[in-house]
Design a protein. Structure first.
Ligand SMILES: [Zn+2]
Length: 322
């Protein structure tokens, strides 16, 4: 074989490889619903409901702080190319308004505020004061704007409402697969109901009911739901350092109540938790707010339900439950 023949041979092999590959693609590949979800809980809900009928991506990079996300022009282009844009609420993603106003192809892209109809808790009044039980559920209406706690998915009833809203959107955009979406949503909601039952039962008879959290104000929803006392070092943002008085208050609380553990967030300010722990001798336990997830964990198949189950184990350990 001379060189010309060898090249021709490879060209033919290449041609067949390429054409076989095209023939191998599933027929419905182009018909799959394109979905973009802002943060991990929504992304995970969507993939559980949509299965292989959708192609879902996450907008915010893993490990980023969603409370300070700045929308990039690329994001708007990316969202505009999808069929369904899932965001939590205008509290969590205030920039969603801009997306909705800017995306040109409104007929093709459906924007879904998945927290529509959820119960919102008010944010604590004073920046300096994070102690005490948040009280008074607020309904989702116009006057909660900017004052509501955005971490609604940590209340499993709210999570179910979000599932319903996502399912409705999928059915609207892809009615042929409505039975598939409905069945998956039902199955997933059963898992959330089961999770809620486990939390309620297993956290009912513990030695202490205090969650002391050296992270940002993210766990008011489970605290309210399971009647726990919640204290956080930071407000909604971990931008500003907590004051020395706040840190002292946390340290005193640990000593007063002889709390064996302090909770930390994986991605925000674990150093503060370590400082308080070494000051008091308390141990460290992780609590996930469901959104602070690393890329490698997503690739390893970590799910929202898994994170919530691990939280329950750590809560039981910290609160010394039977
Ligand atoms: Zn948060």
């Amino acid at each position: 074989m001379n060189a010309k023949k060898i090249i021709l041979f490879f060209l033919i092999v290449l041609f067949f490889t390429v054409s076989c590959k095209q023939a191998d693609e599933p027929p419905g590949e182009n018909a799959r619903l394109k979905v973009v979800a802002t943060i991990f809980p929504l992304y995970d809900f969507a993939r559980n409901i949509g299965g292989d009928k959708i192609k879902v991506t996450m907008l915010l990079p893993p490990s980023s702080d969603p409370h300070h996300y700045e929308l990039k022009p690329d994001d708007i282009i990316r969202i505009g190319k999808t069929n369904v844009f899932l965001f939590t609420s205008f509290e969590m993603e205030p920039w969603a308004r801009k997306v909705i106003d800017t995306v040109a192809d409104k007929k093709n892209m459906l924007a879904v505020e998945t927290g529509q109809g959820a119960l919102f808790l008010p944010l604590p009044q004073h920046h300096e004061h994070h102690s005490g039980n948040p009280s008074g559920l607020k309904e989702n209406n116009a006057d909660h704007a900017a004052k509501a706690d955005p971490h609604i998915w940590l209340d499993f009833d709210n999570a179910q409402k979000m599932i319903d809203n996502i399912t409705k959107a999928f059915i609207l955009k892809d009615p042929i697969n409505s039975l598939f979406y409905e069945k998956n949503a039902r199955d997933y909601k059963f898992r959330l109901i089961d999770l809620d039952k486990k939390y309620r039962e297993q956290l009912s008879n513990c030695k202490t009911r205090t969650i002391l959290h050296a992270g940002h104000w993210a766990f008011a929803y489970p605290a309210k739901r399971y009647r726990l006392q919640y204290m956080a070092a930071y407000n909604i943002s971990t931008d500003a350092e907590p004051s020395p008085q706040q840190i002292l208050a946390l340290i005193e609380k640990i000593k007063d109540q002889k709390l064996p553990y302090i909770y930390y967030e994986d991605l925000a300010a674990p150093r503060l938790a370590a400082t308080i722990a070494s000051e008091t001798g308390a141990g460290l336990l992780k609590l996930s707010n469901g959104q602070d997830i690393r890329k490698k964990d997503i690739l390893n198949g970590i799910s929202f339900v898994f994170l919530m189950e691990r939280n329950l184990e750590n809560l039981k350990k910290g609160m010394q439950c039977p």
